[in-house]
Design a protein around this ligand. Structure first.
Ligand code: NAD
Length: 293
């Protein structure tokens, strides 16, 4: 079997996959590939799939499948796998880092020290303890976040229309979550129902001074509406790892709005996670190799 590694995986992966056949990182060899491994950079569009004339399987190292034209791949008989829960801990820890950076004033505190200023009096702090966290999408990552939020003494509510009970969160309606939460964190896939779900209308229903964390997908949030809510102070802070494109267009208003904590889509990028993703890829290919003999 010919395997094309098209995006950045753990450096140990080519060697680990050698027992399944020929492994290449040369993207020009796409037409020969039986299996292609992507993360989020490669866009498996209709044109991409059409040029992969031998393709039988796409493995997405990560969770979101929004960079793959799923319907078209399936219509061509190409199987699509992700590495479902491998990234949950990495993204949950990133979510917590972003969330904690706001009440601790971590970014301003660090920047002031670097500038040689002693801002002990100006940097008024608050705590996560006792606050209500609203989790939108209580799947693998949302659950890891909920578990950690309980340990921090937060009240945890969640909105997820697909599940009927949750171990760590009280399930509420979307509007109840918007009204009750001091902190809101997004852990939904980017699908029609979630695209733009945080917009001027839904922000208006939130508490004044709400903090919003996004390690899911940027386009779940209307970027212009978020920038306006940050300007007005309705939203106290927006902490985001995700952007409409990697990297974002320099004109994205979120880049220029006040009280934004931003990271360059590194939520899933931990060394441990890259190794876990490699383990799942090996499992998937082991099954596939058995099947094709
Ligand atoms: P998951 O499938 O385990 O959980 C998603 C949850 O969202 C499910 O429980 C589902 O029922 C729920 N959901 C679906 N539609 C909804 C809606 N309209 N409203 C509310 N909830 C809804 O996925 P996961 O592993 O928890 O990952 C969640 C998302 O995080 C991914 O789809 C991806 O977009 C993003 N992600 C980001 C990074 C990063 O690097 N920042 C890494 C991994 C995943």
């Amino acid at each position: 079997m010919k395997i094309l590694i098209s995006d950045a995986f753990d450096p140990s992966l080519p060697e680990r996959l050698a027992r399944f056949g020929e492994v290449t990182e040369d993207k020009d060899r796409l037409p020969e590939a039986d299996v292609v491994l992507v993360r989020s950079k490669t866009k498996c569009t209709r044109e991409y799939i059409d040029s992969a004339t031998n393709l039988k399987m796409i493995i997405r190292g990560g969770v979101g499948l929004d960079n793959i034209d799923l319907d078209y791949a399936r219509s061509k008989g190409i199987r699509v796998h992700n590495t479902a829960s491998a990234s949950s801990i990495a993204v949950a820890e990133m979510t917590f880092a972003l969330m904690l950076s706001v009440p601790t004033r971590l970014i301003e505190a660090h920047a002031s020290m670097k500038e040689g200023r002693w801002a002990k009096k100006e940097l008024k702090r608050t705590e996560l303890y006792g606050k209500t966290l609203g989790i939108i999408g209580a799947g693998n990552i949302g659950t890891e976040v909920a578990k950690r939020a309980v340990a921090f003494g937060m009240t945890v509510v969640a909105y997820d229309p697909i599940i009927s009970s949750h171990q760590y969160a009280k399930l509420v309606s979307f509007d109840e979550l918007l009204e009750q939460a001091d902190y809101i964190t997004l852990h939904v896939p980017l699908i029609d129902a979630t695209r733009g779900m945080i917009n001027a209308g839904t922000i208006a229903k939130m508490k004044d001074g709400v903090v919003i964390v996004n390690t899911a997908r940027a386009l779940c949030v209307v970027q212009e509406d978020m920038a306006a809510a940050l300007e007005s102070g309705k939203v106290r802070a927006y902490a985001t790892d995700v952007w409409p494109s990697d990297p974002p267009d320099p004109s994205n208003p979120v880049l220029h709005a006040p009280n934004v904590v931003m990271t360059p889509h590194i939520g899933a990028g931990s060394r441990e996670n890259m190794l876990r993703i490699g383990d799942v890829v090996v499992d998937i290919l082991t099954e596939f190799a058995k099947e094709i003999g």
